[in-house]
Ligand binder design. Structure first.
Ligand code: GRF
Length: 209
């Protein structure tokens, strides 16, 4: 059983998708801790509703982000967490955090990486840029987290068609539905130890090890 730690900053609909999938008994893991950097993140309530320890850790109480990140690692370590899921977490992780959980941190991004990702591409801005560029397809990506922004090895992607009358808002809604499919799926694959990384690419094995 893999102990999972989730970092959130907001609504937590992706967190909910993982909670639901675990509830179906399809994932060989359980969420042992949810941490938010925002006190009013609704995701904390989602966690508490199903009895998961869900806490707010205030970045302002630490001298800097390095110390904050060390605190996060400490809390996850205490619970033997072996997989970190960034489910709408809007802070950058420190090098120490990434080193400690190397190849064990996954993130969901609402575009087909390497398009519309990196600094400044978050929230509605991603979908706005997709529309402004006249893209015919967009989608979502689950990837491992490394020191760059949205640059780690890609685990899963799924695309959808951009319609002529789509707005950033309608696209965001449809992309979110895809996120809710592929993030729990990536968590399941990780817990089944089916994701191998080779030269910055991943390979998903068919056989459950
Ligand atoms: C999602 O669009 C995710 O891709 C991005 O932040 C948003 C979080 O949504 N990283 P939610 O908090 O899971 O509802």
């Amino acid at each position: 059983m893999v102990e999972i730690g989730v970092l959130i900053s907001g609504g937590g609909s992706n967190l909910q998708a993982i909670i639901d999938e675990i509830g179906k008994g399809d994932i060989r893991g359980r969420i042992s801790l949810i941490i938010s950097n925002k006190e009013d993140a609704y995701g904390l309530i989602r966690g508490k509703n199903v009895g998961i320890e869900s806490i707010f850790i205030d970045p302002k109480k630490f001298p800097g982000m390095e110390e904050y990140n060390l605190e996060l690692v400490k809390e996850f370590k205490k619970r033997n967490v072996d997989l970190i899921v960034l489910a709408g977490y809007l802070k950058i992780l420190s090098k120490e955090f990434i080193d400690y959980y190397r190849n064990k941190i996954i993130n969901i991004h609402p575009s087909l990486i390497p398009s519309f990702c990196g600094d400044g591409f978050y929230g509605l801005k991603v979908h706005q840029a997709v529309i402004e560029n006249g893209c015919k397809v967009t989608g979502a990506t689950v990837h491992f987290v490394d020191e760059g922004t949205d640059t780690g090895p890609i685990i899963l992607q799924k695309s959808l068609e951009v319609k002529d009358d789509d707005t950033a808002q309608t696209l965001q809604k449809r992309v979110l539905e895809i996120e809710h499919e592929i993030l729990p799926k990536a968590v399941r694959l990780f817990c089944e130890k089916r994701i191998e990384i080779q030269d910055s690419r991943t390979r998903i094995s068919e056989v459950v090890i």
